[in-house]
Design a protein. Structure first.
Length: 237
């Protein structure tokens, strides 16, 4: 009977610890649980921001809330901003926004003067939904420009979420109060604003995930190779 050397026994005893460590690292490197519409709480009274992704400062939230409260008081237009950390891979930001819009405002009457702007900060994908009353003041072309240009241009130059949503708030406030649309921000180069955000998800997930997989493979291959090496030596003896 082949006797397993003490060194190999100690190595085998460490495999379990390595596997546990690998699992913990996998949990850390992978993103938080995906958000669905029922994870988003109802907005509080006089609040127009639900910052689940925690990317906005309190000062920015305060500015957005006060601006949109004034628009609601003066013009009857309700505007809301929602940020989430990530969505399920089979859920688009457009579907999430539409479903949340219906959940919060189930009837056509409820939806009439409402605008809902959302962002998934893992991918920086944005969407906007408006009711018929809001559309009469703010055409879909302007609404989509707010979501796809006003919000995204600052994010091309860093995680400037406060600037992005402050700019979006200012533009929405002007348009929904009946003033002229100032248009989207000026892009400093010819970068496709929408097209370059997909790699952010890969950056956040891919690097950490790859290292965890490598660790898992090594924690299995090295002990097995060592074990069979000892068997091979023992058989030769």
């Amino acid at each position: 009977m082949i006797q397993i050397p003490p060194t190999l026994k100690r190595l085998q005893a460490q495999i379990g610890a390595i596997a546990v460590l690998a699992v913990l690292l996998l949990q850390i490197c992978l993103p938080a649980n995906a958000t669905n519409i029922y994870d988003v709480p109802d907005f509080e009274e006089n609040a127009h921001v639900v910052d689940q992704a925690e990317v906005l400062s309190r000062a920015t939230e305060g500015t957005i809330n006060s601006t949109f409260r004034k628009i609601e008081t003066d013009n009857g237009q309700e505007t809301y901003i929602v940020t989430v950390r990530r969505l399920d891979y089979d859920v688009t930001i457009e579907k999430f926004t539409q479903d949340l819009f219906v959940r919060w405002f189930p009837t056509a009457e409820d939806q009439n003067n409402v605008t809902l702007l959302t962002i998934d900060v893992q991918t920086d994908n944005t969407a906007i939904v408006t009711g018929e009353g809001a559309k009469a003041i703010m055409p879909d072309t302007i609404a989509q420009s707010v979501a796809k240009e006003t919000v995204l241009v600052p994010l091309k130059y860093g995680n400037k979420y406060n600037q992005a949503f402050t700019d979006a708030t200012d533009r929405l406030a002007l348009v929904l109060s009946g003033q002229a649309d100032p248009g989207p921000p000026v892009v400093k180069d010819n970068i496709n604003v929408e097209g370059n955000f997909a790699s952010r998800e890969e950056t956040k997930e891919g690097g950490g995930f790859t290292w965890v997989i490598v660790l898992l493979v090594l924690s299995t291959v090295i002990p097995m190779a060592t074990y069979y090496g000892y068997l091979y030596i023992g058989n030769r003896e």
